[in-house]
Design a protein around this ligand. Structure first.
Ligand SMILES: *Cc1c(COP(=O)(O)O)cnc(C)c1O
Length: 450
C-alpha cells in the first residue's frame, strides 16, 4: 500500500469551535496581536507548538492510573528510571517539571559569568537560561543552513570547524560544555547526523569538554538518520537513539515533545559530582529527587511515551505527515525552510513578505494574518523571539503529535495558500510593550499602516 495512514484510531474526541472573522479581529485587538495571549478556545487549529500538546495513548492513560504518588521512592520514578537507563545509558537522571527546569539546573551548576556554551543552535529557553547565569550562548550552525532553500539531509548539524576554532580562541576552560540540539528546533526542525555527533564528540574529547544533547526530539532525529544516513537503514530507531545518547555525557529533555507527555522533563549526566550538585538544587526548587516537580502519574506517562515514540510506524507517519504539509504549500509557491523538518514546517516570512522589513516583524504579521483568516495559531521564530540574534524571519507551524488528521492539515494548506494569494496587502507590526526576557510570550504589538 502507498497510503501512509495515522497508525491509531480515535477513542475520545474534543470538539473544535468555529469563530467568525469579526470575532477573531476583536480577539486579536484584545491580545495586543500576540497569539500567545489569545484563549485556546478561540483557536480552531492550534499549531503554536508541539510541546505538551500530544494526544496520549490508551497505554499512557492506563499508566496514569498506576501512578504511585509516594513522596519518596515512588514506583513510578523507578519505572521512568529504567526506561531512561535503557534508552540513554546515562548514570544519573533527575526528573524536572519541564525541559527549561533541567536547563536552569544544568547551567546554574556548570556555568560562571563569562563562560561560553556552543550549540548547533540554542532553543529560546536554553539561550535565556545560559544568559541568565551570565554566560554566552553561541550558535554554530552550518554556513549552508543560512540558505533556507538549501536541501541538505542534515541541515541541523553543527559547524565542527567553527567549534574547533572557537575552542582554540577562547580556551576550553571557558567552555563548561557543548550542546547539540536534536533535532535542531530553531534551525528549522532539521536533523543532526550521527557522523556530526561523532565529530563534535571528537573535538570535545580532545579538549576535555563534556557534550550534552538537548534531546527533546531524539526520536524524530533518529528516524531521519534511519532514512538518510548511509549505513543506518537496517538499524531500528531505538538502536540509533541509543547510539546518539552513547556519544554524549548527559542530556536535557522535555518530555512534552518526544515522550507524548503533557508535562515533564529530565536531566541526565554521567558526572557523579555534578549529579550531586544538581540534586541539591533540584530539592531546593523542583522537589525530592524521585519526583522532581512532577506527579507520579506524569512519570508513568513519560516512561510509556519514551517507548511508543520509537515505534517505526509512528515515526514514519509523523515525519511523512509533516512533509505533506510542507510539500503542499511549497509546491504552490509558499517559501518554506527546505527540506521539511520533523515536528514543524517553517515558512520563510522574509521571503514571502519582502515588502516588510525585519524590524517590522514579517513573521509576526503573517502569524496574525493566518489567525485572522482561518483561526489557525502559529508562532513567529525571528526578530520577535531572538531580537538582533535572529538569523531568519520564520513562521513556525508546529504539528502536535497524534492530534490532527489529514483533513485538518488540508484545511491548513488551503488557508495558507489563500493568504499567500493576497500577501501584498499584509502590513508590518511594531512592539508597544515588552518584558526583559523571552519577550515573544507576552509582548504587545500594533499593526502598522502600509
Ligand atoms: C521545548 C524545548 C526546550 C524546553 O523545554 P520545555 O519543556 O518547554 O521547558 C528546550 N529545547 C528544545 C530544543 C525544545 O524544543
Amino acid at each position: 500500500m502507498q497510503t501512509i495512514i495515522e497508525p491509531f484510531r480515535i477513542k475520545s474526541v474534543e470538539p473544535l469551535e468555529q469563530t467568525t472573522p469579526a470575532e477573531r479581529e476583536r480577539y486579536l485587538e484584545q491580545a495586543g496581536y500576540n497569539l500567545f495571549r489569545i484563549e485556546a478556545g478561540k483557536i480552531l487549529i492550534d499549531l503554536l507548538t508541539d510541546s505538551g500538546t500530544s494526544a496520549m495513548s490508551t497505554e499512557q492513560w492506563a499508566a496514569v492510573m498506576r501512578g504511585d504518588e509516594s513522596y519518596a521512592g515512588s514506583n513510578s520514578f523507578f519505572r521512568l528510571k529504567r526506561a531512561v537507563d535503557e534508552l540513554t545509558g546515562f548514570r544519573h537522571m533527575v526528573p524536572t517539571h519541564q525541559g527549561r527546569a533541567a536547563e536552569r539546573i544544568l547551567f546554574t551548576v556548570t556555568c560562571k559569568p563569562g563562560d561560553l556554551i556552543p550549540s548547533n543552535t540554542h532553543f529560546d529557553t536554553t539561550r535565556a537560561n545560559i544568559e541568565f547565569v551570565g554566560a554566552r550562548a553561541v550558535d554554530l550552525p552550518l554556513p549552508e543552513a543560512a540558505d533556507t532553500q538549501a536541501r541538505l539531509d542534515f541541515k541541523g548539524n553543527m559547524d565542527v570547524a567553527a567549534l574547533e576554532a572557537l575552542v582554540r580562541k577562547e580556551g576550553p576552560q571557558k567552555i563548561p560544555l557543548v550542546m547539540l540540539t536534536v533535532t535542531n528546533n530553531s534551525g528549522g526542525g532539521q536533523p543532526v547526523s550521527l557522523a556530526n555527533i561523532e565529530a563534535v564528540r571528537g573535538v570535545c574529547a580532545n579538549y576535555g569538554i563534556p557534550l550534552y544533547l538537548d534531546a527533546c526530539r531524539f526520536a524524530e532525529n533518529a528516524w531521519f538518520i534511519h532514512q538518510r544516513e548511509l549505513g543506518y537503514q537496517a538499524w531500528a530507531p531505538k538502536q540509533i537513539a541509543q547510539r546518539m545518547f552513547s556519544l554524549a555525557d548527559g542530556c536535557t529533555f522535555s518530555a512534552k515533545k518526544d515522550a507524548f507527555a503533557n508535562i515533564g522533563g529530565f536531566l541526565c549526566t554521567n558526572d557523579d559530582r555534578l549529579a550531586q550538585q544538581e540534586t541539591n538544587l533540584l530539592i531546593l526548587t523542583e522537589g525530592f529527587p524521585t519526583y522532581g516537580g512532577l506527579a507520579g502519574r506524569d512519570l508513568e506517562a513519560i516512561a510509556v511515551g519514551l517507548e511508543e515514540v520509537l515505534e517505526p510506524d509512528y515515526l514514519q507517519y509523523r515525519i511523512t505527515s509533516t512533509g505533506y504539509l510542507g510539500r503542499h504549500i511549497a509546491d504552490r509557491g509558499v517559501p518554506i525552510v527546505e527540506p521539511p523538518g520533523g515536528h514543524a514546517i517553517y515558512i520563510d516570512a522574509a521571503k514571502m513578505l519582502p515588502h516588510i522589513p525585519a524590524d517590522q516583524f514579517p513573521g509576526q504579521a503573517l502569524a496574525v494574518e493566518l489567525y485572522r483568516h482561518a483561526g489557525i495559531r502559529s508562532v513567529e521564530i525571528g526578530s520577535v523571539m531572538f531580537g538582533a540574534a535572529a538569523r531568519h524571519e520564520l513562521l513556525r507551524l508546529a504539528i502536535p503529535r497524534r492530534v490532527y488528521t489529514q483533513s485538518h492539515i488540508d484545511y491548513v494548506v488551503e488557508a495558507i495558500l489563500e493568504v499567500n494569494e493576497r500577501k501584498r496587502n499584509i502590513c508590518g507590526m511594531e512592539i508597544v510593550k515588552e518584558p526583559p526576557f523571552l519577550r515573544h510570550f507576552s509582548a504587545r504589538f500594533r499593526p502598522l499602516a502600509c
